[in-house]
Design a protein around this ligand. Structure first.
Ligand code: CU
Length: 320
């Protein structure tokens, strides 16, 4: 027993030593897991500021304090922290529970990236969208919805007004009319269902995808990879795909999950038309099979409100 304990202690010490040996490498994993969802290093602002060269614009003590306890610094009305908070959509950077040693490791990684020691992160993020234009099918759907909604409002209005002059109701006849309405509605709806079901955009189960892409959603980005990312700690260890590029006509199976709360994965095509979508749920993997026929720049957006940075949650992919 004692020997075992001693062995374990030795192993733990060796591990700790190994971990301390390379701070920038540790910092890289921490950064990918805890920071990359909101920041880039040289890729531009996202939810928070671009961290390229941050060590040159802030004192080290301030950075260590901010990274370990951003919430406290904003609460204490630190001038710079409050200014940043106002500038970045009043989204408070969460307290991620980093120790000072963790913060040092992350800073070492940020500095290494800034110095270009580990290049290629720059511009890995998609550029912001040009003002999206509603594609024709989407505006047709919107118009139909608005017309139907107006019709329903009109019917409710008519009924409400009709109560101003109460009238005797022939109950038996009213039930008769109701039955006719019910049967008509049932026939029309079933006919519509039968007519449109074969055109529903569900992939056939027997189709074998050309490519499987794993998608992990988290507040506030999407991570693509060739291997499953099951929990947040897989990030930084499982290789991720920085820029996803697919050949036109590829049948892709997206295996979508979430590392925190419920998100949506809505894939939009080059004309900003919705191509396919599914939910990203913690503990579940949803399979979304879609043939990407049209070449161009695609974007995935979160389609379920997930917290303050939701509207900035997106990822790009290219079909060539
Ligand atoms: Cu969201």
């Amino acid at each position: 027993m004692l020997r075992h304990t001693a062995l374990l202690a030795a192993a733990a010490l060796a591990l700790a030593g190994a971990a301390r040996a390379d701070t920038a490498a540790d910092g890289k994993v921490l950064y990918e897991q805890k920071c990359a969802a909101c920041h880039t290093i040289g890729g531009g602002d996202r939810i928070g500021p671009d961290l390229h060269g941050v060590a040159a614009r802030r004192p080290e003590a301030w950075l260590l304090h901010f990274i370990t306890a951003p919430d406290k610094m904003i609460a204490a009305k630190d001038e710079v922290a409050v200014r940043l908070y106002e500038k970045y959509n009043r989204i408070i950077m969460p307290n991620l529970g980093l120790s000072e040693a963790d913060a040092r490791a992350v800073l070492a990684h940020i500095q290494a990236m800034t110095a270009g020691a580990v290049p290629a992160a720059a511009a890995a993020r998609p550029s912001p969208l040009p003002q999206p234009e509603l594609a024709a099918p989407q505006s047709a759907v919107l118009t139909t919805f608005l017309v139907l909604a107006a019709l329903i409002v009109a019917v409710f209005g008519w009924i409400a007004l009709s109560t101003r002059s109460p009238a005797e109701v022939d109950v038996k006849r009213a039930y008769g009319v109701r039955k006719v309405f019910f049967v008509t509605a049932a026939v029309v709806l079933v006919a519509l269902l039968v007519a449109t079901l074969p055109r529903a955009p569900y992939a056939r189960a027997d189709l074998k995808p050309d490519r499987i892409v794993h998608v992990a959603a988290r507040q506030f980005d999407f991570v693509f990879s060739d291997e499953p990312i099951v929990r947040a700690t897989d990030i930084g260890r499982v290789p991720t795909i920085q820029r996803l590029a697919l050949k036109a006509g590829t049948l892709v199976e997206f295996r979508v999950t979430s590392l925190d709360v419920n998100h949506g994965f809505g894939l939009y095509g080059p004309q900003r038309q919705l191509v396919a979508q599914t939910q990203a749920m913690p503990g579940y993997v949803n399979r979304l099979v879609v043939r990407l026929a049209e070449p161009g720049q695609y974007k995935a957006f979160c389609l379920e409100y997930c917290a303050a940075g939701h509207h900035l949650m997106q990822v790009g992919l290219t079909v060539e």
